[in-house]
Design a protein around this ligand. Structure first.
Ligand code: ME8
Length: 517
């Protein structure tokens, strides 16, 4: 069976899960579910990033040990994902023994390639980003303050701190040309294109050797053979994508190279520069794709703890339900672009596309079927050109949704599905089943009702990855049976015309009640 491997970033345990973490994880979930629906053996990995100075400092601020903080926050993630219908196959904790072994093996392999040396690091460090900065980089970014020592991180604009300590270095610069060649030969490697261009410019600007260990704190994986040092948290964290597959003990080739690492644009450089260079040094193939999505703001403002506007997933789920939230996040903003979360926008999107278009379509189709035919489908086999146009649209939609999701274009996939729903609503108006019933044109009425229900069945199948609960509720009405969306497969169910003659649908129950504006 063909396999598919999708990952999310592993989230830092210094903070509670919020909308941003939900976004990437829901996106990865949709890809994993879609690939399973299409018959692939999909493996979906997520988890938490527990090590590093940032987490250690957050724990100190609370007067607890880093592992205690990690133990608390990890439970928040573990409890959250099932509530959001996240279907991950494994959950990584970087403090686990299996991960420590993977990181140390990765270290040994990089070292064995001759790409590592011991030296002394004397420059700047941004703890919130866990990033090293050279004075020159801070100056070039206009973040150097000549008056005092409060120089700022070129990325997050928070103060950087001076670090002076013995450190191991990775000869990142040795991989500069190989990385540029790889990017040129594999146009799909970094997406979207704007991010690829950004990475190319960065790499062409010159890669410097990277400090990859720390000695002034201890919360991390010990460097093999030199446990005064802990491995730099990004080397540690990136390796999780292999740990999840059982590296180094197991053969990872069933799923590796990963099909796609989904990340936010904030951590592009780590995934599109450091990670591939590390893998080249270790002699491991590179992931097929890194997709860096955009950034959510909330009602026009940056989401942050200090502003108190970081949206808590539990509140959002309680207010809107899980699936409307999943739908909105992937529908509202083209994946790759920044977006703004507004409560009004969510309600509008829901009311117009889910309550009005899709929900009404289901409701009116099943109501007419009940009213005129006691819920029973007849397969007349007689088609007119309008019927064939609807079928053709559904079949094209199936192909195009798959193509869009191969490119992580969630919004286009949903828009394509909605196009069929709108076509279905026009089809109802054009064929006026109520008039056919009045005229006693039974054959034509049966044909129209058959096409409506079959169209809804195939639309709903495509929606299962996006809205697993709502889609199950819709399918249960259409199939008049309890449905587990996890076991559905397109090659068994995706063909037009599989609804059998005499099939009985259930009575309609509203699946998408309108939300108050
Ligand atoms: O960076 N909009 O963890 P992290 C969109 N541990 N996405 C957002 C977001 C927002 N406002 N805020 C967060 C780390 N995200 C490292 C990763 S991976 C080997 C190590 C999402 O907890 C987005 O996916 O800071 C972003 O990349 C990630 O959360 C950062 O999570």
């Amino acid at each position: 069976m063909q396999s598919y491997y999708v990952t999310t970033p592993i989230y830092y345990v210094n903070d509670e899960p919020h909308l941003g973490h939900v976004y990437t994880t829901v996106a990865a979930d949709v890809l994993a579910r879609h690939q399973r629906l299409y018959g692939l053996d999909a493996f979906f990995l997520t988890g938490v990033d527990e090590h590093g100075q940032k987490v250690q400092q957050a724990a100190e601020a609370r007067g607890i040990a880093p592992i205690e903080l990690a133990d608390q926050v990890v439970e928040r993630y573990r409890a959250l994902w099932p509530k959001l219908s996240i279907s991950h196959d494994d959950f990584i904790r970087t403090s686990s023994e299996r991960h420590q072994q993977a990181v140390q093996e990765m270290w040994r392999r990089i070292d064995a390639s001759g790409s590592m040396y011991k030296g002394f690091y004397e420059d700047w460090y941004c703890v919130p980003c866990e990033t090293y900065w050279k004075e020159t980089q801070i100056k070039e970014a206009g973040c150097w303050d000549d008056e005092q020592t409060k120089h700022l991180c070129p990325d997050c604009k928070r103060p950087v701190e001076r670090v002076q300590e013995e450190s191991y270095f990775f000869r990142l610069g040795d991989y500069q040309q190989a990385l540029l060649d790889h990017i040129a030969k594999n146009p799909d490697f970094i997406a979207p294109v704007s991010r690829r261009n950004e990475v190319v410019r960065f790499v062409e600007g010159g890669l410097h050797d990277l400090s990859v260990s720390r000695t002034t704190f201890s919360w991390g994986v010990p460097v093999p053979g030199d446990d005064k040092h802990v491995v730099y948290v990004w080397i540690d964290a990136l390796t999780n994508y292999l740990t999840g597959l059982g590296f180094p003990d197991k053969d990872v080739s069933q799923y590796w190279p990963a099909d796609v690492h989904l990340i936010g644009k904030d951590i592009l450089r780590f995934h599109a520069v450091y990670w591939p260079c590390m893998l080249m040094a270790a002699g491991i193939p590179l992931p097929r794709r890194v997709f860096a999505h955009g950034w959510w703001t909330v009602e026009g403002e940056k989401m942050s703890k200090s502003r108190g506007n970081a949206l808590a997933p539990d509140d959002l789920m309680a207010r809107y339900g899980v699936d409307p939230l999943r739908y909105f996040l992937l529908r509202e903003v083209p994946f790759g672009q920044d977006g703004d979360f507004s409560h009004d926008a969510l309600k509008q999107r829901y009311n117009s596309e889910l309550a009005n278009d899709l929900g009404n379509m289901l409701n009116r189709s099943l109501s007419m079927l009940q009213k005129y035919r006691d819920g029973i489908i007849r397969h007349t086999g007689v088609e007119m050109s309008g019927d064939r146009a609807l079928i053709a649209n559904v079949e094209a939609m199936q192909r195009e949704v798959h193509e869009h999701l191969q490119q992580q274009a969630f919004h286009l996939a949903l828009e394509r599905i909605n196009e069929v729903v709108r076509h279905g609503n026009r089809y109802v108006e054009d064929n006026a089943p109520w008039a056919l019933a009045r005229q006693g044109d039974d054959e034509r009425l049966d044909t129209v009702l058959y096409h409506l229900v079959e169209m809804l069945r195939l639309v709903t199948l495509e929606l299962t990855p996006f809205m697993p609960e709502k889609a199950a509720a819709m399918l249960e009405q259409l199939m008049n049976a309890s449905v587990s969306v996890d076991g559905l497969r397109m090659h068994e169910l995706g063909g037009w015309g599989l609804l059998t003659d005499g099939h009985q649908c259930a009575r309609p129950e509203p699946v998408f009640p309108r939300m108050d504006e």
